[in-house]
Design a protein around this ligand. Sequence first.
Ligand code: BV8
Ligand code: ZN
Length: 253
Amino acid sequence: MDGLAVAATALRQSRHIVVFTGAGISAESGIPTFRDQLTGLWSRHDPQRLETAKAFRANPALVWGWYLWRRQQMLQAQPNAAHHAIARLAVSGRQVTVITQNIDDLHERAGSQGVVHLHGSLMTPKCFACHRAAGLSSVEQSVSEEGELVEPPRCTHCNGRLRPGVVWFGEDLPTGAWKAAVQAARHCDVLLSIGTSGVVMPAASLPDLALASGAVVIHINPIDVGMDKSKEVMLIGDAGQVLPTLLERALAS
Ligand code: BV8
Ligand code: ZN
């Protein structure tokens, strides 16, 4: 049986599916990924310069401006066919847990509920000093181009600088989110790993955890990211094409 048929059969027979996504699922919505050459964010700058608390301390206006730019890109983007296919999966009578490394809200806007954000979200700024959540109204500012410096707003409680509500390198993942993700990976029948290069830990350990727990892992990516383990399927292609086709095959009665 070809990969698509194996994957469709596994999904059809599953009771609990984990959908684990990375930046690649938002690529067809026009949001740059990290590693893709040319368009990738990390091909234009060093993540350690922008995605750490140390970077924020050193240059809050640069980091805050960059996240404002990314938030604007997200608000101008629309969920794509892959996000919508995942939302449809959740109403197919199975338990579906969506776990994402992305900080955009495209899964939610496509209708997915209870999305587990391992690395936080652009929608939840908080105070760098007292960690209190700050309402979105605090993010009225806008930027006209990437790299523009914007001084972060101040916390109404302690006057500390606001920061993006994301997980930076060297920061712990939100405990509740990580626990829920490990639990789901341990107990699912199928884990769909979509649009991730599998580099950033500990998030990237989830497919291995699912495999070790006896699940089938299906990768969807234009490049082969498979680890050649048994019960692992590699579907080469764009998520916006492959996922709707796969679900059509799997859910066709
Ligand atoms: C932590 C939020 C404990 C911010 C991000 C081992 C164990 C634990 C930690 C470490 C470890 N080894 C190293 C570490 C440290 C570090 C780490 O993993 N470093 C890496 C670089 C080696 N991890 C951490 O610091 C984590 N914290 O472990 O806490 C701790 C505490 C103190 C001290 C030490 C440890 C926190 C990491 C979180 C970082 N924050 N994001 C923001 O977004 O700005 S990471 C960010 O990068 C994303 O969230 C994501 O996780 C990662 C990017 O990966 P992808 O999503 O996969 O995107 P990428 O561009 O790489 O790939 C896109 C893929 O899509 C490609 O494969 C492409 O082919 C494909 N694609 C393209 N188009 C399509 C497509 N696929 C389908 N369809 C398409 N159309
Ligand atoms: Zn504060």
